[in-house]
Design a protein around this ligand. Structure first.
Ligand code: 5AD
Ligand code: SF4
Length: 444
């Protein structure tokens, strides 16, 4: 590959989870610090970063087709970097199969993107999929801008090794970012406009660190410190694992007002045999009892979960147990997926793969059950008065969109601005959003 001029504009396209969104923002900040500007909507970018997801099937194929389609208006190709979990898992193959890609950078190495870019401009292709724990956070530039709702990665990686999951391989071992770095980043985000911070981690509730007094604290301790930031109004966290749930975190839901009444706690299946084969280290019953403890301290808590249907060997009766668990919980939201064999994971080697039609049918039934409960949850909210954090303008004149404490999308018409926390009465419910009546605009 011959050299090229330094790019003037970039675009970062993030796929998959919220941590990829966070990583994408940090890569954008790195490129901005190098004097490269974001490409305007609809305009060509000189540099495109594909920040990829490897959690389910066809991820790699999608990356190759995206690479094939990337073209500027004059027919030339932009500089292309592949980042994220597909880069980590299949970096060498990408380099071999896609000559248009000049940079491959893994989720723990993206702080080196500027160096890779310097090489790419010289015409040199380079891959960096090292996994130095926490190294990137020490060199990333400070947070610059923030919308009203910001993500903050506090923990990365996973030691749980659920048998279907690639995360322990692509994101590496569980590590917690140091307490003081997190407080500093949160302060910066709030200074730059964030009113809500969602703490992110693959096992966010496994976070631990030493506070300013040198005392070891868990996620609840971190949340209690963030609660003291005057201009921060809401705190959320995701994703938790049932086995890392502490008494302290449950208690925080009862007495930290800024901690929102919402818990995303994946369960994956309602069958103990399947859970064991998944290496989940909890049972359906222990999961339900855990949720009871959250409900005891915060009766209005909205619950959400993740499910996999068609795990190898899952029988009809075992799938029915998942439906029974859904009936018992009455989720406010839930995400369900068809099992997808991931290369290198133990489940991919298991016998008794489930036929595609069976998986389709199970997914449809599960989603119908979840949609029913989601609509019921929204309908039960009608008449409630709550705060809504305004995130953006709606399509209609004077309309605004934001989130309720229970993470429902709420639209209303009235006098407001992005970043306001307004008081709304929830008036009408649909499956995916509610309309509200503005009772009180934000205090000026
Ligand atoms: N197949 C299908 N779904 C998966 N998930 C993780 N790995 C797989 C897989 N191999 C789902 C789980 C997890 C969510 C992020 O993605 O439900 O909680
Ligand atoms: Fe994957 Fe299980 Fe770790 Fe979640 S807990 S990231 S599903 S291995």
């Amino acid at each position: 590959m011959t050299g090229t001029s330094t790019p003037k504009t970039y675009r970062v396209k993030s796929f998959g989870c919220q941590m990829n969104v966070y990583d994408g923002e940090r890569m954008a900040e790195l490129l901005a610090a190098k004097g490269i500007s974001p490409a305007a909507d609809g305009e060509d970018a000189d540099l495109v970063v594909l920040n990829t997801c490897h959690i389910r099937e066809k991820a790699a194929e999608k990356v190759y087709s995206d690479i094939g389609r990337l073209k500027k208006a004059d027919g030339s190709k932009p500089l292309i970097a592949v980042a994220g979990c597909v880069a980590q898992a299949e970096g060498e193959e990408i380099m071999a199969r896609a000559p248009a890609v000049s940079m491959v950078v893994g989720p723990q190495a993206y702080h080196r993107l500027p160096e890779l870019l310097d090489k790419a401009v010289q015409g040199e292709r380079a891959t960096d999929t090292d996994m130095p724990a926490n190294a990137k956070f020490d060199v990333l530039p400070q947070r610059r801008r923030s919308g009203p709702s910001a993500f903050l990665t506090v923990q990365e990686g996973c030691d749980k090794f659920c048998t279907y999951c690639v995360v322990p391989y692509t994101r590496g071992a569980e590590i917690s970012r140091p307490y003081k770095d997190l407080i500093a980043e949160a302060e910066k985000l709030v200074e730059n406009g964030a009113r809500e911070i969602t703490l992110l981690g693959q096992n966010v509730n496994a976070w631990s660190g030493d506070d300013a007094k040198g005392q070891n604290i868990g996620l609840d301790g971190l949340i209690r410190q963030l609660d003291r930031l005057p201009d921060l109004q809401r705190i959320r966290y995701t994703t938790s694992h049932p086995m890392d749930m502490s008494e302290g975190l449950i208690a925080a839901h009862g007495d930290v007002e800024k901690l929102m009444p919402y818990l995303h706690l994946p369960v994956q299946s309602g069958s103990d045999r399947v859970l064991k084969a998944m290496n989940r280290s909890h049972t359906a019953e222990s999961y339900l009892r855990l949720l009871d403890r959250f409900r005891a301290v915060r009766p209005d808590i909205a619950l959400s979960g993740d499910f996999i249907v068609g795990f190898p060997g899952e029988t009809d009766a075992e799938f029915e147990e998942t439906l029974r668990l859904v009936d018992a919980v009455r989720y406010a939201a839930a995400f369900s997926f068809k099992y997808s064999p991931r290369p290198g994971t133990p489940a991919a080697e298991m016998d008794r793969m489930i036929a595609a039609e069976v998986m389709d049918e199970r997914l449809q039934r599960l989603q119908a059950a979840v949609n029913r409960d989601q609509l019921a949850f929204n309908q039960a909210s009608v008449g409630r008065t709550c705060d809504v954090l305004v995130e953006r303008k709606g399509k209609l004149p004077g309309q605004w969109l934001g989130k309720s404490p229970w993470l429902q999308s709420v639209h209303f018409i009235g006098d407001a601005a992005i970043g306001d926390l307004v008081t709304v009465e929830l008036a009408e419910a649909g499956p995916n959003s509610l309309s509200g009546r503005l009772l009180q605009a934000a205090a000026a």
